[in-house]
Design a protein around this ligand. Structure first.
Ligand code: DGJ
Length: 742
């Protein structure tokens, strides 16, 4: 039983294999949050709460009687509201029809359900194997008609809890939700660091670890999407936590739009985290009888450090967020023509790339931006999703068939949510572009945003894309979105509902994706937003892989993929080998290193293969063989970060879940003369079993350069391995293959 409710004491416990989460309804109907952490076997942790009078804190008032030692301002609560006497950051803020901004919630009932609750129209964790149990706690505002259902699902074996909230207006007048967070979580004790993942275009998800200080710290996005700038994933950790030990908590927002993740360390050094849709551009008019569903948050807790925490997140996203035919199916090794040709290509060029690629084992050609409308550069064409047969020199069907004839699948790029002013679509429907009346809209990459909060616009995209996908042999779609959204305004919404635009935009996006994927279940959808601008668990529900960054430099990618690995599995990470000098950094790295780094992702190429030397082509052939050989291990194995990306040598490993094998990759990021040997430990194998370890330089012909026979899993973990070279060169890569010797 993952969920236990004790009606006599009010104690509610959510138990996973290694963790417990506890709440308690107290004598006033307030839902206290009493514990989240390692196992406590059902003990009532409300004993840790000490109530005393706090100056200037709002105290609970029953009738007109003030209970002076009971203040919501300092009590750990499950879901706190603004205007309740709790002056800390809170989950909910409402505006009543009378202009009042007070709200408070009391427990009105609980119910449990087998399986996972589901969220209509929103991405969410799902449960195919009957692992989950769910709990709904009904909360009511004693003074208004507002009801909130706190939703929880427990994935016991996976150490995962999901949370969300549904708001219902049971009254006869509208209630305005000004903030409707999905998660509010309190820690009474502890001194924490916060790990967040900041960045920018082409340099996403840099890890930042900072101590919490008194006051409020926050990350978020008001850019209309989750953004390159702050990922909607973070970790709270005790000070001593490292990869292999220490208590830490993960929070992943299953949402691709604007978000706010705030943490407050309060007057008595307690910690509160609130996560949800960013309130800056949000307000929702909850009409009588209507409900509002907040997006979902995935929570995990590990007392074995960040490594275990990440593996929990990898598993739940891989198995219970990513969906569809391509969830586990072997994804094709692709070649994308973007960095090879940019906008200058025709069918002949693409066919010549396909011709060469298929000889080397590449399985799919992806035609990127520039195949439709009038699109010779980024000034025009977006919205006109009609193949430009004049430019291509043939129809899309003919092109796809030519690619197929060469033994390759055919994929295609779209940017459905954008519109160019210089497009037939804009000329016929200027009102479909997002803009505030009377103001010139802000341009970005010379383009505007299409108002997909509108059903007619959603239908247009579904119709156009369906037409293209039905009339050519297309196996893959790269779904791009190349700007942030400045104006949060829709011509189809009344003035009092403009605050709903940003969220309605996301609901529109999710509806389009859902419909297209139901109609074209065999098509593999890859997400993209100028690389990793929408790299979140929400998009992963629709697109099981996402182009991780527009930065293809193998050395920069070490950092990007490292940061990404804290919250997301390798099977979601789009990674390609590109040409040198690299187009983003000008750096020259060995072909083998580019392969070794891209291989820790969904793997593909992004270069003009017709211009490569025979030796490079031979490397491609062997890289693909290696990738296929290790496909399961890489895509489904347990991921271990063995160093930081700031170390001179960056090392990571994959360990098979049955502990039969492992693959380690090491890249020399920065070399100094006469350096110390590169040594690393290999955790995750079976202590008592014996293994063989084979060192290879992936650039050579895969001949073993050193073999260690019959070394125990314990020796690999505790004693480790040393790269067997006297001098290692900058940017060189090594791989070590470990297989069971028994
Ligand atoms: C941004 C993407 O991240 C690139 O890979 C490429 O598809 C361009 N857009 C095309 O405009």
């Amino acid at each position: 039983m993952a969920i236990t409710i004790q009606n006599d004491t009010g104690l509610i416990t959510l138990a996973t294999c290694n963790t417990e989460y506890q709440m308690k309804t107290d004598e006033y109907g307030v839902l206290l949050h009493t514990y989240y952490g390692a196992k406590i076997y059902g003990s009532d942790m409300s004993e840790t709460i000490s109530c005393r009078e706090r100056g200037f804190s709002g105290n609970l008032t029953v009738g007109r009687e003030e209970i002076r030692s009971y203040s919501l301002d300092v009590l750990p609560q499950e879901y706190s509201c603004a205007g309740s006497g709790d002056y800390r950051i809170s989950g909910l803020s409402v505006l009543d029809s009378n202009g009042g901004r007070s709200c408070t919630l009391r427990v009105a009932g609980t119910r449990t359900e087998k399986g996972k609750y589901s969220l209509e129209g929103l991405p969410h964790v799902y449960d195919e194997n009957g692992e989950a149990e769910s709990l709904v706690i009904t909360m009511k505002d004693p003074y208004s008609a507002l009801e909130a259902e706190l939703q929880y699902s427990v994935f016991e074996k996976s150490d995962i809890i999901t949370r969300s909230v549904r708001f219902i207006n049971n009254g006869s007048e509208a209630i305005q939700l000004e903030k409707a967070a999905s998660l509010c979580l309190d820690w009474q004790f502890g001194d924490y660091d916060w790990l967040t993942f900041y960045g920018c275009h082409a340099q996403e998800r840099n890890l930042q670890r900072v101590p919490l200080h008194h006051g409020v710290q926050s990350i978020g996005s008001t850019r209309g999407n989750s953004s390159h700038h702050y990922n909607p994933f973070s970790i709270l950790a005790e000070k001593n936590t490292d990869e292999n030990s220490g208590l830490c908590f993960a929070f992943s927002f299953v949402y691709s739009g604007e978000f706010l993740m705030e943490i407050e360390k309060d007057q008595v050094s307690q910690t509160r985290l609130v996560l949800g849709i960013h309130p800056a551009n949000f307000s929702w008019k909850l009409e009588p009888g209507m409900s509002f569903q907040a997006p979902e948050v995935i929570l995990s807790c590990s007392s074995e450090g960040f490594g275990k925490l990440s593996r929990n997140m990898h598993k739940i996203i891989r198995d219970n967020v990513c969906r569809g035919e391509w969830k586990y199916k072997q994804r094709p090794v692709l070649i994308n023509n973007w960095e090879a040709t940019y906008f200058s290509f025709d069918a002949q060029k693409l066919i010549s790339i396909a011709e060469e690629s298929s000889k080397l084992g590449i399985e799919m050609l992806v035609m990127d931006d520039g195949w439709f409308g009038k699109r010779e550069d980024d000034y025009s064409g977006l919205g006109d999703w009609y193949p430009n047969e004049k430019k291509l020199g043939c129809s899309l069907k003919e092109l796809g068939e030519e690619i197929n004839k060469r033994g390759m699948k055919f994929g295609i790029w779209f940017e459905p949510e954008s519109i160019s002013e210089d497009s037939d679509l804009y000329r016929s429907h200027p009102e479909w572009a997002v803009a505030v009346p009377g103001r010139d809209p802000v341009l970005s990459r010379n383009q505007l945003v299409l108002d997909i909060s509108r059903t007619d616009v959603q239908d247009y995209i579904i119709d156009r894309m369906s037409d293209v996908l039905s009339n050519a042999p297309i196996s893959y779609v790269k779904w791009d979105m190349n700007r942030s959204i400045c104006e949060k305004y829709s011509a189809s919404l009344s003035a009092d509902k403009q605050g709903e635009f940003a969220h309605r935009f996301m609901l529109g996006l999710y509806r389009i994706l859902e419909e297209l994927e139901n109609t074209f279940p065999h098509v593999l959808f890859e997400g993209c937003s100028g690389g990793g601008g929408r790299f979140d668990a929400g998009m992963m529900y629709y697109t099981p892989q996402i182009w991780c960054s527009d930065n293809t430099d193998a050395i920069n990618r070490l950092n990007i993929q490292y940061g990404t690995s804290f919250g997301y599995p390798v099977s979601t990470v789009g990674a390609h080998v590109s040409a040198v000098p690299n187009h983003q950094t000008g750096r020259v790295t060995p072909f083998a290193t580019r392969g070794a780094v891209a291989m820790s992702g969904t793997f593909g190429y992004e270069l003009d293969i017709t211009k490569l030397t025979d030796a490079e082509k031979e490397q491609i052939r062997r890289q693909i063989q290696r990738f296929h050989k290790y496909y399961e291990l890489i895509q489904r194995g347990d991921y271990y970060r063995l160093t930081s990306p700031k170390d001179p040598c960056v090392i990571w490993s994959f360990v098979a879940p049955d502990k039969n094998s492992a693959l380690i990759t090491a890249v020399s990021r920065e070399i100094t003369a006469n350096s110390a040997p590169v040594h690393f430990n290999v955790p995750g194998l079976d202590d008592r079993r014996l293994y063989n370890a084979v060192f290879v330089l992936p650039e050579a012909d895969d001949r073993p350069l050193k073999v260690i026979e019959k070394i125990s899993g314990a020796a690999l973990k505790n004693g480790g391995l040393t790269i067997p070279v006297v001098q290692w060169w900058e940017y060189e890569a090594w791989q070590v293959e470990i297989t069971a010797a028994d």
